[in-house]
Ligand binder design. Sequence first.
Ligand code: PLP
Length: 391
Amino acid sequence: MKINENYLKLQDSYLFSTIARKVASYTAAHPERTVIRLGIGDVTRPLCPAVVRALEEASREMGTPEGFHGYGPEQGYDFLREAVALYYSSHGVTLSADEIYISDGAKSDLGNILDLFDADNRVLIPDPVYPVYVDTNIMAGREIVFLDANASNGFLPMPDDAVQADLIYLCSPNNPTGAVYNHAQLKAWVDYALQTGAVILFDAAYECFVGDGLPHSIFEIEGARGCAIEFCSLSKTAGFTGTRCGYTVVPHELRCAGVSLGSLWLRRQTTKFNGVPYIVQRGAAAVFSPEGRREIEENLRYYRDNARIMADVLREMGVWFTGGAYSPYLWLRCPRGLSSWEYFDQLLEQANVVGTPGAGFGRNGEGYFRLTAFGERGATVEAMERIRKMG
Ligand code: PLP
């Protein structure tokens, strides 16, 4: 028996465990201090009433002979696929419901999609980055080329004709940097992918934070249907981090070597996945109802207001940062030339605030720091006041 030795090439996922260890040892030594966490990207607002009602009704339905649902379609119930298609149409994107595949979240699909592609493919991944893109490709033994995102390109790297890749990851609004591509920038990526025959894996997990005409979806860009797959999630949109529901869009036109990627994905999902619970899909559909949209908009406004409060303080302090305007993440340059971990330690010890060291997201993250706007208002205001005082 041989194991998949690629797993041995993975770096220990030490980022959040190191943070947890440092915070635990600090709080054990200083139990009287209140530590505020603006580090991990989980949400704090509860599910909205329309979703809770839908979950309750679906649970009751499941307890009746007529309303019971057993195995469902692996790719999701039509009522949810159609609701998602309608949501896309509000951004001017026409999708057919059968191009939308419902899943238990974007993380699973981002990993699972790689089943469709040969291990010999070369992958282009921006750095700094959501670590899942890197680790899932290491597990499969793929060659990774990193694309530098840094202050000189506003953390929005653009295509380089000298670099050849088969799969390209883009995430906008970005985790961890909060940077957002505009239409012209995404068009350049789509043109590059069409020219080179690459497939773009577009992570739109934070699309709900986009405003001012910036693209919510890669499919707002002409030509994207021939070169892109999009991943999205209700985790941040509607507080589904614990309830679990997302969706992936594979357009009918998308073909590689004459083979439809949608049909491969359907084959993969029907073989290895048994669908999202009916109850959860009913809850997810309620997110897209007029009432649900109104209610989640209130939660999103709450996080956006947090981000604005945080951005105002950083601006006042003269700290360079990206994000915050159309994303729940603020990505700041560590003051006084500190390294990411030095700033982490100072913030923890002097301000009792926890953030995420940028170095944990890749080489270009060194010297930067991520704060999230997903906290409670009072704690967020207090944390920023402490950061301001620390300077
Ligand atoms: N993509 C990005 C960029 C994320 O930051 C996250 C979660 O933090 C995900 C995907 C995962 O989303 P889900 O909860 O739907 O698995």
